[in-house]
Design a protein around this ligand. Structure first.
Ligand code: 5GP
Ligand code: ZN
Length: 117
């Protein structure tokens, strides 16, 4: 069923606490934790606790939860005192998605080019 935890999902395991992560914020519906392979001085992932395979499915099937994730990216940026930052939802393998549980990357603390590679 939509949103149900998946046994083979790394981020569902982080939500369940069975895989450790450096959690920086948690709400009733979301978790934010530091990326294990940071691409910027601040690199935090914000995820819904419920499992949706990517941002497209999350936005279509659970728009309030998508809004919760977006609001948390702002809260993370505030806590990290980021004036400028980038929010990325890699959606599909061609865009670099490797974990199939929707997540927003919050990247900041360095200058960034546009467009990205
Ligand atoms: P994607 O490539 O799917 O957009 O992003 C997945 C992100 O998850 C990558 O930036 C990767 O470094 C991060 N990641 C993968 N495995 C782990 C893990 O076990 N713990 C944490 N904290 N991050 C992870
Ligand atoms: Zn999951």
């Amino acid at each position: 069923m939509a949103g149900e935890p998946q046994d083979d999902c790394l981020f569902c395991k982080i939500v369940a606490g069975s895989i450790p992560a450096t959690i920086v914020r948690e709400t009733e519906t979301t978790v934010a934790f530091r990326d294990i392979n940071p691409q910027a001085p601040t690199h935090i992932l914000v995820i819904p606790k419920a499992h949706y395979k990517n941002a497209a499915v999350l936005g279509a099937e659970a728009p309030q939860l998508a809004a919760d994730v977006l609001a948390e990216t702002q809260a993370v940026a505030d806590e990290e005192k980021l004036e400028s930052y980038r929010i990325v939802f890699n959606t599909g393998s061609g865009a670099g998605q490797t974990v199939w549980h929707a997540h927003a990357h919050v990247l900041g603390g360095r200058g960034m080019e546009w467009p990205p590679g």
